[in-house]
Write a protein that binds this ligand. Structure first.
Ligand SMILES: C[S@@+](CC[C@H](N)C(=O)[O-])C[C@H]1O[C@@H](n2cnc3c(N)ncnc32)[C@H](O)[C@@H]1O
Length: 317
């Protein structure tokens, strides 16, 4: 366990593993993402048979599930919260919106969605009451009671994730934080979504798509389940565009993150996979083209924090 690792053994472990891995990593970082033979794919910097990746990724998230949230905060100094807030502002859901959050993990996007829709409803109610100056207190009270009965105005979020452990942790968190209305959890694969065609207004996937074996298939599924006019939004690690920041970011990623993973979650390997998988994911323009290939229109992206992450958006029109 993490807590039982003393500082000295940890440093030795760090020098041994990280020294070797860093040099391997630098070699790969310089060039394009390596090509793989047919039937093979990347798992971080390793090449594995396609049939194996899903199971290996499953093991990663099964292993980190309990410490996933605390690791996110530690690794990103809490900035992942800001990135997720920005995603919600860009989505700007209205009461009644039907959201599918794929690879939803422990529910961060879903909980933000519920908060956002609730605050929109409250804001609209206040505006409505302000514009009707002569209402009696009974009428005002009735409006608030109606609001309390339908705080989300019919909005629903479905969280779909392939990993039972992540879903379990997410459900516990939802209960603890009091999210009971307007959300449901489904165990399912982004490449083969268990939903009908044209069902959702918005599809989100945050830090999930790089873990999927066939990204093109996941994008086609996103397109299928969105209704015409629906929006695809993806928050994912991307390519840093400033050389100095890029260098510092690589150093931090390869030297610090696996060590944090070992200390906090007792799991070096999973966090080594995390940083490697980020480097293997297509850069902004290439990913944009993949989204267009799936049929989406008006595809655009915005970089956050110098391109450490990007939000891609597209519409099914
Ligand atoms: C880094 S976590 C992101 C969780 C959450 N969206 C967030 O932003 O905190 C990646 C998630 O993707 C899920 N995942 C990986 N492959 C998947 C697949 N093929 N289909 C659905 N979910 C998948 C994992 O189980 C994990 O919960």
């Amino acid at each position: 366990m993490a807590a039982s690792i003393g500082a000295a053994p940890c440093r030795t472990l760090f020098r041994r593993s990280c020294g070797k891995r860093l040099s391997a990593a630098w070699g790969l970082l310089g060039g394009a993402r390596g090509l793989v033979a047919q039937g093979e794919t990347h798992l971080g910097f390793q090449t594995v048979p396609e049939a194996e990746k899903e199971q290996r990724v499953y093991q990663v998230f099964e292993s980190v599930a309990k410490k996933y949230d605390i690791m996110n905060d530690s690794m990103s100094f809490g900035i992942h919260r800001l990135w997720k807030d920005i995603l919600l502002h860009q989505m700007n859901p209205y009461p009644g919106t039907q959201l599918l959050d794929v690879a939803g993990g422990t529910g961060d996007i879903a909980f933000r969605f519920i908060n956002y829709v609730r605050s929109q409803r409250e804001y609209r109610l206040r505006q409505k009451l302000k514009s009707h100056q002569n209402l009696s207190w009974q009428e005002i009270s009735k409006s608030y009671q109606e609001e309390a009965l339908k705080p989300l105005g019919g909005s629903q979020v479905v969280i779909c994730d392939i990993n039972k452990e992540m879903v379990k942790v997410g459900k516990q968190k939802a209960q603890l934080l009091g999210y009971t209305e307007g959300l449901s959890w489904v165990v399912g694969n982004a490449e083969e979504l268990p939903f009908d065609d044209d069902k959702f207004d918005i599809y989100t996937i945050a830090f999930g798509i790089r873990n999927v074996t066939h990204i093109d298939q996941a994008l086609q599924e996103a397109y299928r389940v969105l209704q015409p006019g629906g929006r695809f939004l993806c928050l994912e690690f991307s390519q840093v565009n400033n050389p100095l920041i890029s260098r510092l970011y690589d150093l931090y990623s390869f030297q610090v993150i696996p060590v944090l993973g070992e200390i906090i979650a007792g799991d070096w390997k999973s966090y080594q996979y995390l940083v490697e998988s980020i480097r293997q994911f297509p850069a902004q323009e290439e990913f944009k083209a993949m989204i267009e290939d799936a049929g989406f229109l008006k595809v655009e992206y915005r970089n956050l924090t110098a391109g450490i992450v990007a939000i891609h958006s597209g519409f099914k029109l």
